[in-house]
Design a protein around this ligand. Structure first.
Ligand code: AMP
Ligand code: ZN
Length: 104
């Protein structure tokens, strides 16, 4: 938990954000400013500022497994995933997340 991290606050339930899907170590919620008809964010529950800080193969696997499970749950067969790492690459929220973008 990072006190000034918006995603930690969402994950802690501060805003009552609905989770589309959840596993032991990950959550999925809708992007507040969707760039496609389906735009979800997959996050680890634990705070990591970016992919660069994660050295945990199990967690990295669980994040991708969560992508598979949540897209299956909502019946989304075709989608794009994106991870922005670092400000120069467009990262704005410094809590690791995988974008899932679909046109369903
Ligand atoms: P990135 O540029 O990869 O860091 O993406 C950050 C994403 O978080 C953007 O697509 C934002 O629209 C989204 N975002 C920012 N604040 C919130 C929030 N409170 N709830 C949901 N999504 C958010
Ligand atoms: Zn965080």
């Amino acid at each position: 938990m990072s006190e000034d991290c918006i995603f930690c606050k969402i994950i802690r339930g501060d805003f009552g954000t609905e989770f589309v899907y959840e596993t032991d170590n990950t959550v999925v919620f809708n992007d507040i400013n969707p760039k496609a008809p389906v735009h979800m964010l997959v996050c680890p529950k634990k705070h990591y500022p970016s992919l660069n800080e994660v050295d945990n193969k199990d967690l990295l696997g669980e994040l991708l497994q969560t992508v598979r499970e949540v897209t299956k749950k909502i019946g989304l067969k075709s989608y794009r995933t994106q991870i922005n790492t670092g400000r120069e690459a467009g990262q704005e929220v410094f809590h690791l997340h995988i974008h899932i973008l679909g046109n369903k």
